[in-house]
Design a protein around this ligand. Structure first.
Ligand SMILES: NC(=O)c1ccc[n+]([C@@H]2O[C@H](COP(=O)([O-])OP(=O)(O)OC[C@H]3O[C@@H](n4cnc5c(N)ncnc54)[C@H](O)[C@@H]3O)[C@@H](O)[C@H]2O)c1
Length: 328
């Protein structure tokens, strides 16, 4: 297939691009590099430094695209609470512009990066796709709005749409001399920040709140390896069906508290990771754990690296060989 990958210079989009190329697809990456990294771009993909809002300049009716994988977004839940307008404009308005272009060009299928943040504070755990959607942060709300637009697009215009609701993505892609890991700036994710502390590049790690109703008072999250997540996208492309919007959670169904994650980082790195308890962050749900039973049953998705040790081990390998080497 000829595929457009938005956000293909980012952490997840650049890994998926490589797997699509390996599977024999042709890939055009649309990424204006606002938060991405040129060095993460796959050399065998065509890169266009174009914003999602201008996707119609690329997705022309003659361009012959068979599908779009839409990763481009702003992703920091905390920032989305203080600068909500940025998130609505980029994540929601941008996605609607992309959908207009998809419709005008007659592109048959689209796979969207949705998120566990659409559920807010869940009433049932693990969370099925049918659970109440009540996002507690603007980021989750902007993604839920796009999910709803995709349902309409499938019903109204026959799009084959798939939303993949990722829980916390972690680990690194380390294959054939290529290494891609997490590098958000500023970094807001727990594991890369804990690795910074283990490597001595930050003094301490802040735990945002230790009075949540969880075993040790810190938030519980479900982690998924970026390679397992990426493989689900290839399965979703195949499963996409005209006129349907399919929605799948992607996680491992195991919750770890922030303190437990830090302990695994200490074990894997063999280094101390001092922590400091800071106030809760606005909009953080106490516990997010996925039921990915539907993805397993309908997509045939089976995670190959489900343990936190696998994920932290790969993230640390990437960190030592790339982050520390490039910015000693
Ligand atoms: N990382 C996670 O744990 C996680 C969890 C749930 C959902 N997601 C979703 O997965 C997707 C990818 O996340 P990531 O961690 O790879 O983020 P990332 O920041 O590494 O990558 C996002 C990419 O999108 C590009 N981009 C953003 N806005 C753009 C625009 N308007 N036009 C063109 N390019 C634009 C950026 O330059 C960047 O390369 C996002 O949609 C995010 O919401 C991520």
């Amino acid at each position: 297939m000829k595929l457009l990958v938005t956000g293909g210079a980012g952490y997840i989009g650049s890994v998926v691009t490589r797997m699509l190329l390996d599977a024999g697809h042709r890939v055009v990456v649309l990424d204006d590099l606002r938060t991405g990294h040129a060095e993460a771009l796959a050399p065998d993909a065509t890169h266009l430094a174009v914003g999602v809002h201008d996707a119609a300049s690329v997705l022309t009716p003659d361009a012959g695209f068979d599908g779009v994988l839409h990763f481009a977004a702003l992703i920091a839940a905390g920032e989305s609470m203080v600068r909500p307008e940025l998130y609505w404009h980029n994540n929601t308005v941008g996605s609607l512009a992309l959908l207009d272009a998809v419709r005008a060009a007659g592109v048959p299928r689209l796979v969207f990066s949705s998120t566990a943040a659409v559920y807010g504070n869940p009433v049932e755990l693990p969370i099925p796709e049918t659970a109440v959607k009540a996002p507690t942060n603007t980021y989750g709300a902007t993604k839920l709005a796009v999910d709803m637009a995709l349902t309409s697009e499938a019903i109204g215009h026959g799009l084959a749409a798939v939303s993949l609701r990722y829980f916390n993505v972690a680990g690194a892609y380390l294959r054939d001399g290529v290494a891609i890991g997490e590098r958000h700036d500023p970094e807001t994710h727990l594991i890369p920040i804990a690795l910074d502390v283990a490597a001595g590049r930050r003094d301490k790690l802040q735990l945002f709140g230790d009075d949540y109703p969880t075993v040790d008072g810190t938030c519980v999250r479900d982690y998924i390896h970026v390679e397992d997540l990426a493989r689900a996208h290839l399965l979703a492309l195949t499963a996409a069906t005209a006129g349907q919007h399919r929605i799948y959670n992607l996680g491992n169904g195991n919750g770890f508290t922030n303190r437990q994650v830090v302990e695994v980082v200490r074990e894997v790195t063999g280094k101390p990771v001092p922590v400091e308890v800071a106030p809760r962050r606005e909009g953080d749900p106490a516990e997010l754990v996925a039921s990915a039973a539907l993805a397993r049953a309908e997509l045939g998705w089976v995670p190959e690296k489900p343990t936190l040790h696998d994920m932290v081990g790969d993230a640390w390998a990437f960190y030592r060989t790339h982050v520390l080497r490039e910015q000693p």
